[in-house]
Ligand binder design. Structure first.
Ligand SMILES: O=P(O)(O)OC[C@H]1O[C@@H](O)[C@H](O)[C@@H](O)[C@@H]1O
Length: 309
């Protein structure tokens, strides 16, 4: 099916549902959701939630103005799904690395730029819309294990994402992964991340040295950290937007905190030089000692709830 036919078929299936619009952003198809509580935009490529906004409020999720909406290029911002490895493949445990053929792979796995299928749109009440996307991954030259992935996005007074993986083959496989959320913030110098105090982290900018967080985290330089086994509930307090964002992760033990600051911003794709002041990534993840191993027919599920007040 070409792009036009795909849009037509999605429109025929879901276009008459209240608050649902099928959109084309240059080369990419998105489903736009609007209900009494909130609005959101979800791209089929990568099952990537790109926007979420509660009615009358500032957007919760940051999306770059410089996205080019081209097939094969993940959008900068939103909540990319990183799977079956997170970050640099060479930094993943052997169980993940050894499954991947070819070491010269892009960061964050290969499902960010795959076309997912929209399989359900549900409207349980006037303030809630639930969107389900699915991707079947076949054994190929990079990855040898058939798997079914699902992302269930609930748009309402809060936003939630459930990620599921089922092993469809006979062999077990392992993966790391993350829901790489970019939060929209008023000004990076006025935010604090609370809930990490007392936890250890690996400072990837200092040769992965193990360090301890003693205070709520304030960001005034480049940050790229992996926190293994963190609290299930974290908060971002944002002085400028006068709000507190709550992140509740279920079955996701780890967290990555990332802000590129000034120099790295200049090297990033689709990222303006001062965009680092408006975003902060808190990425709920399963990494390092907490990677997931699935045997035949087994299903893994995790959920993150994002809310603010
Ligand atoms: O440019 P990408 O592949 O989307 O990655 C962005 C960032 O993603 C973060 O998760 C990593 O910790 C950073 O090191 C990385 O730069």
């Amino acid at each position: 099916m070409d792009l036009g036919e795909r849009i037509q078929s999605l429109y025929a299936k879901y276009g008459s549902l209240k608050g649902i619009t099928i959109e084309l952003h240059k080369q990419l198809i998105a489903v736009s959701v609007r209900n009494e509580a909130a609005s959101a935009t979800i791209f089929l490529q990568g099952a990537q939630l790109a926007e979420y906004k509660r009615a009358g409020e500032h957007p919760l999720i940051w999306l770059s103005d410089q996205c080019d909406y081209q097939s094969g290029t993940p959008l900068r911002g939103g909540i990319p799904i990183c799977w079956p490895w997170f970050g640099d493949l060479s930094r993943n445990p052997k169980a993940v690395k050894n499954q991947i053929c070819g070491s010269d792979q892009p960061a964050h796995g290969f499902v960010r730029d795959r076309e997912w299928e929209l399989i359900a749109v549900e409207l349980p009440d006037t303030e809630t819309t639930r969107i389900t996307l699915k991707l079947e991954v076949a054994a190929d030259e990079i990855w040898k294990f058939p798997a079914a992935l699902r992302v269930i996005i609930t748009v309402g007074t809060e936003l939630s994402l459930q990620f599921q993986v089922t092993n469809l083959g006979a062999e077990p496989f392992s993966f790391s992964h993350a829901l790489h959320a970019y939060f929209n913030i008023g000004d990076i110098e006025g935010v604090r991340v609370e809930g990490l105090e007392g936890y250890d982290y690996l400072d990837t900018l200092d040769n992965w040295t193990l360090k301890k967080s003693n205070f709520p985290l304030q960001i005034n330089a480049e940050v790229d950290r992996v926190y293994p086994d963190v609290a299930k509930e974290l908060r971002i307090t944002d002085r400028k937007l006068n709000r507190t964002i709550k992140i509740e992760a279920m079955n996701l033990s780890d967290l990555v905190v990332w802000n590129p600051w000034i120099d790295k911003s200049k090297r990033l794709s689709h990222f303006g030089e001062t965009d680092y002041t408006q975003m902060l990534c808190l990425e709920s993840a399963r990494l390092l000692d907490n990677i997931v191993c699935l045997t035949a027919n087994e299903t893994y599920k995790c959920t993150v709830r994002y809310s603010f007040n």
